[in-house]
Write a protein that binds this ligand. Sequence first.
Ligand SMILES: [Fe+2]
Length: 285
Amino acid sequence: MATMYALTETSPFMMSFVIVTQSGNCIVVDGGREADMPLLKKYVAGRKIKAWILTHAHNDHVDGFVAEMQKNGGADFDIDKVYYNFPDYDALIGNKNVPDYAYFCQELNEILPAFNGIKDKFADKAHIVRQGEKISVDELEIEFLYALHDGLYSNLMNDASLVFKITGGEKTVLFLGDLGPEGGDVLYRESRHKLKADIVQMAHHGHMNVGMEVYAAVAPKACVWCAPVWLYEEAERPDWMTDEWFAGDEKRRRMYGTAVTRAWLKQLGVQTHYVTGNGTQTIEF
Ligand SMILES: [Fe+2]
C-alpha cells in the first residue's frame, strides 16, 4: 500500500503532494511555493524522488521547485525525473488573437520565464509528458490522461494542467491539477471512459474548476481539496465577486464556486472530504 500526503498550506492555496511507495521511494506532485519547501522536505525526508510531476506553470504549484533549482540546482533533493508539459512562451507571447491579451500575458509571465531560466539545471532529468503516456514508479502505475492542448487561451495555464491517474494496489487517485471548465470539457470529450477513480484531487482547489460531468465520470468515494477551510466553505458567490469583476475577466464566465462543487459531490454520494487547510492529510491507497 502506498501512502499519500496532501500537504497543508504554509502559503495560501498551494498544492503539494508526496506519495511514498512500498519500497520507500516517492513521487512529488507540484510542491507549492518557496515558503512551502521546509514542509515538503520534511515529508520527502531524504527519499529518492523517482518522479517530480509539475502540473502547470503557476506560482502556487511550481514556485518552490524553481526556487530550489535557482538556489542550488535542486541539491536538497534526490531527483530522478521531472515530468511536465508547459506552454511555449516564445511562441505565444506575441499572439494577440486571444480573448483577453492582458490576462494572457499575465499568465505567461507569472512563472514560466523563471522556469525556463532554470531548465538547464535539470535538463538530464526532464521529461516532457505526452497525453496517453504511462509510467511506473515502483508498484504504482501512472497514466497521463491530459496534457497541453494548444488553443485554450482564456484560462491558459490552468487549462494546460496535466491530468493523471496513479493506481496503487487497492485504489486509484485522479489528479486534475488546476483544470478549468474548458479544459474539463476537452478531458471529458477525450477521456471520460478513463476517469473512474476512488479518490480525486479537486480541480483548481475546488472552485472555477471542471464541470460536474467530469466528477460524475470519476465517481469518486473521496475528494482531496487543496484549499483553506474558508474557501472550502465559501458561499457560491461571495460579496467580493461583483458584476464588474465577472464582466472584466474572460476566464470567469463559467464560474463554479466551492458551494456548487460541494453540492455536485453530495449529489454523487461522496462522503469523505480531505481539506488541506485542516492540516496535512494522510491517505493510503
Ligand atoms: Fe493553483
